[in-house]
Design a protein around this ligand. Sequence first.
Ligand code: NAG
Ligand code: NAG
Ligand code: ZN
Length: 389
Amino acid sequence: MKSIGLLALLLVASAAIADDSSSVEEGLVPAEPCTPDTKCELPNCRCSSTNIPGGLLPRNTPQFVTVTFDDGINVNNIITYRNTLYNRFNSNGCPAGATFYVSHEYTNYVIVNELYNQGFEIALHSISHRTPQTYWLEATTEDMKKEFGDQKIQMAHLANIPYESIKGMRIPFLQMTGNASFEVMKEYDLEYDCTWPTTAHTNPGLWPYTLDYASTQDCIVPPCPTASFPGLWVKPLVTWSDLQGVPCSFVDACFFTPDRTDEDAWYEFIVTNFERHYLGNRAPFGFFVHEAFLSAWPAVTRAFVRFMDLVNNLPDAFMVNAHEVIDWVKNPVPTDKYKAQSCRRFIPTNCTPRSCGPLNSSHNGMDYWMQICNVCPRVYPWVGNPLGL
Ligand SMILES: *[C@@H]1O[C@H](CO)[C@@H](O)[C@H](O)[C@H]1NC(C)=O
Ligand SMILES: *[C@@H]1O[C@H](CO)[C@@H](O)[C@H](O)[C@H]1NC(C)=O
Ligand SMILES: [Zn+2]
């Protein structure tokens, strides 16, 4: 009797040791499903769901609008950003926000510093943004550390902006990398990911959630994370519907669109997609686009500006930096209380611009010039040598 008990104990103990060693090795545990009994509460935990945070009614819920631009920032695309985004205010008197998912190659960091000091959000989109897309599909945690963890250090250094101000990331081509990108977020203190599209939860729309428990979101570009990542946020890309009802994550990726020279039809197209959110469960509405699309199609740009004017005049819609949405979801308050809150703050920084080059690049042997807010690097900063030492 006693020996059987001891044997059982040994078996349990060795199983526990085996379990332990594998989870220490991986550092990851599978996420458990979220059930009605699950203890997951704001501000740090939220199960994936289309429920409005705080149990608010739609009419009391601020409608957030997040405008985002991807890729390198340079002397050409800044013109569009200055013309369309600067000196724009929401109905609560706070400056309108926008978020830039910046990739490193050809980025002008003096201009990144300008965008930051205009109050916009600077987020990560990898150092190399390399092709093919399968590179990202197969990327290991080590690869992702070099592309995103190192990029956080690089961005803060070259653009002279606070390291802590960088909170979000988006993987190139919206290619998920399973657990890997979230492991990097944990290690480098990033708060949210804005890579993951949903076509299944658009009406009502999926609200941001954490990965403490298993996500119920559809995985459009696998692999999606299945481990538990307590406190890390997913800001889903709730897709638009084009004129034939085909979903699109990016405005410039929609297929059946109005004629790109028809401003009125484009305005209507944007507003129709917005209303799915505004007249629904008010899940944050995304206008995700590349600047090249706007500069190629002036009528679309005019429609976009009219749409932002509309949002800025609505008493209960707010164009904000993406991480402000996460802040609100953590502490959801009704629109009237939200409007009484102070505007977002940021620590202003300065930039002593330096023009550096020619800088030899180890990855392709090319010479690069770069504009930065720091001492010139020795070689062109790249994956594995983010500061170009
Ligand atoms: C993510 O981690 C979980 C838990 O360790 C594991 O079961 C799963 O296979 C991992 N996913 C990928 C794509 O590696
Ligand atoms: C530039 O870097 C490449 C690759 O590392 C190297 O082969 C080449 O000699 C370098 N050129 C100069 C001028 O240093
Ligand atoms: Zn990109």
